[in-house]
Design a protein around this ligand. Structure first.
Ligand SMILES: [Zn+2]
Length: 305
């Protein structure tokens, strides 16, 4: 989904490396991550998140899939995902739908925006009813995606069952978001939300924000079933990710996205018309990020669950 205004105080980020060297190492490092907590932007459309989750599922061992399924079955919104999914294997389908949940609650009246709305009553199974818009990004205006991912991984490793259940859909989602370059800021324009471009080939409006342009690169939001399968076949054919060993290395994922912001994501000028060449390049880059996110997410879950 599309990003909205991040508008809170900026926090100096220290770090976020989610240890891939062992649970004890992770637990030791973890308190460092909590030093920072600023606040609010958003990322790939629903198709992008489902593609990442699908690629992750392929990397997951049967035991990890069972663990993930067992946790998602306890989530208060499990029935919604079950009804919406369109895959032959409902456990797989639910896993895909759960990865989009963090964006869906932005428009869900059971939840509220902690900066603008009045608190909503807490429903069973949720620790709180906040939308947590600031968890999806970090840029010059705030956000906490990297520290939050570390916290969620910690919850899945060490939390009570209810905390793990709540954390899993968030972890699926934010691992995707952190691979969307515009969720890592780098320029003072709310992650491209204040940078307008003309995109004759775009599905949405012709004059749009660069952020929305990038969000929609994975394809139509409703993509499921056969069209999702065709897209996955394409993603699998991309060159394998050389840095797949960086599983759980949140800081590295963030830095990669930041580097792309500096090099490849923006056109030269505001208001530029993004031609077919720009689109081809952007689509390829987006596909590589989606593939990387999926592979890493799956392997990370093999470790965390
Ligand atoms: Zn998001």
């Amino acid at each position: 989904m599309q990003a909205k205004e991040p508008s809170c105080a900026r926090g100096g980020l220290s770090t976020t490396v989610c240890a891939w060297g062992g649970k004890a190492f992770f637990a030791f490092l973890f308190p460092v991550f909590l030093l920072v907590l600023p606040c609010a932007s958003h990322a790939w459309n629903a198709a992008g998140h489902r593609q990442i989750a699908a690629l992750a599922w392929e990397e997951m061992t049967p035991a990890t899939r069972r663990q993930a399924t067992a946790l998602l079955r306890q989530h208060p919104d499990y029935a919604r995902w079950r009804n919406r999914q369109r895959e032959n294997d409902p456990d797989y389908g639910v896993f895909l739908e759960a990865s989009v949940w963090a964006d869906e609650i932005r428009a869900d009246p059971r939840f509220y925006d902690e900066k603008k709305g009045s608190p909503m009553p807490r429903l069973p199974g949720f620790p709180d009813m906040r939308r947590h818009g600031g968890w999806h990004y970090r840029d010059a205006g705030g956000g906490e995606i990297d520290t939050r991912l570390a916290q969620l991984a910690h919850d899945i490793l060490h939390g009570q069952r209810a905390a793990k259940t709540y954390a899993l859909p968030w972890l699926l989602h934010l691992t995707g978001d952190i691979h969307q370059p515009l969720h890592t800021g780098g320029r003072n324009d709310r992650g491209g939300n204040q940078f307008h471009v003309r995109a004759p080939s775009a599905k949405r409006e012709k004059l749009q924000t660069l952020h929305a342009y990038w969000d929609d690169l994975p394809g139509p939001s409703g993509q499921r079933g056969a069209s999702l399968a065709r897209r996955l076949a394409f993603l699998r054919r991309l060159p394998p990710l050389s840095s797949v060993e960086s599983v759980g290395d949140i800081r590295r994922w963030f830095a990669e996205s930041r580097a792309l912001i500096a090099r490849d994501v923006y056109p030269q000028t505001r208001g530029a018309t993004l031609d077919a060449n720009f689109r081809r390049r952007a689509q390829y880059l987006a596909a590589q990020r989606l593939r990387a996110a999926g592979q890493r997410l799956g392997r990370w879950l093999n470790y965390l669950l």
